[in-house]
Design a binder for this molecule. Structure first.
Ligand SMILES: Nc1ncnc2c1ncn2[C@@H]1O[C@H](COP(=O)(O)OP(=O)(O)O)[C@@H](O)[C@H]1O
Ligand SMILES: [Mg+2]
Length: 293
């Protein structure tokens, strides 16, 4: 586990400063380095604080809100490589822990063990990122309860090896509650995490993200896309559109395209046509029409 005093000076500075004030320049430098732009500064501070104390962090938010980018940023900030688990109904003990395989030692056949992400992250003392944690079957993840609590230990069911996590090991998970195909996260599992709510980036910060990361460089159009995002989020909140419509990922795709093709067509391709219902597609295109005329 990374102790506070082992953190890079810049991060300690960040945490210290945030205790007193929300305005500090160290924070702004960190954003530029890492990639994720936190809608509120507390998100970054709190995630860093929790991880530096060895607590598991659960990033909770809608699709395309930057959860994966946030986890990558945290692993960069801590200078820790990250091993990934992508959850699905197919997730099983082998995809977490690893599997046995036949190999040759000279001409002698031997059984080898190929470590999985949990085994790797624990042994190397690095981060483990569990994406879409509520897509897994409810019975699968409790396998790693021991990894998630203070024991930080697991017996590998395939080798009987007892693995204890190395220094620096940390767990970040992501969840999109209410998304189709997900199951509510088991309470015992949820209990083992500190939860950080991840809202969509909006306003000036979103504008800056578009300017920094998309191919679009026209300010007027960028402003309209920021407005579009706000309108889409509002429509999703009101239940008029499926959640995917508000994804920042899709928004940035639309911005990229609109550097080359008319914005309305970009919005149709990157946002509207992904939605299931015609009514939703029309709704998005009506907003686009209002803004981009
Ligand atoms: N707050 C943010 N800061 C930086 N990039 C963001 C942010 N929100 C969304 N993005 C961008 O949107 C895309 C989707 O983000 P991602 O982390 O994959 O979302 P999620 O994992 O929540 O579905 C990424 O390419 C990222 O660049
Ligand atoms: Mg993701």
């Amino acid at each position: 586990m990374t102790q506070y005093n082992e953190l890079p000076e810049s991060i300690r500075h960040l945490i210290d400063n945030n205790r007193n004030t929300n305005q500090n320049s160290a924070f702004k430098d960190l954003i530029r380095e890492g990639g994720y732009v936190p809608p509120e500064e507390d998100l970054l501070t709190d995630a860093i604080t929790a991880l530096s104390m060895g607590k598991n962090v659960l990033l909770k938010g809608p699709t395309g809100s930057g959860k994966t980018r946030f986890a990558e940023t945290l692993s960069n900030l801590f200078n820790q490589p990250m091993f990934n688990v992508n959850c699905s109904v197919d997730l099983d003990a082998e995809s977490l822990m690893g599997f046995k395989t036949l190999d040759y030692d000279g001409d002698k056949q031997i059984i080898d063990f190929v470590p999985g992400p949990v085994t790797n992250a624990m042994k190397n003392g690095t981060f483990l990122y569990i994406d879409e944690i509520n897509m897994a079957k409810p019975e699968t993840l409790p396998l790693i309860n021991g990894v998630l609590d203070y024991r930080r230990t697991i017996t590998n069911p395939f080798t009987e090896e007892i693995i204890t996590a190395g220094e620096g090991f940390g767990v970040i998970a992501a969840i999109n509650e209410g998304y189709v195909g997900t199951v509510p996260l088991n309470e015992a599992l949820k209990n083992r995490f500190v939860v950080i709510d991840i809202p969509y980036l909006q306003g000036e910060l979103l504008k800056k993200l578009i300017q920094d990361t998309s191919r679009l460089d026209e300010e007027r159009t960028t402003d309209l896309f920021v407005q579009l995002s706000g309108d889409l989020i509002q429509a999703v909140t009101q239940g008029k559109l499926a959640e995917d419509a508000a994804s920042i990922r899709a928004l940035i795709d639309a911005c990229d395209l609109s550097a080359m093709i008319p914005p309305k067509r970009a919005i149709q391709r990157a946002i509207a046509d992904k939605l299931d219902e015609d009514r939703e597609k029309e709704f998005v295109m009506t907003i686009a029409e209002t803004l981009f005329g």
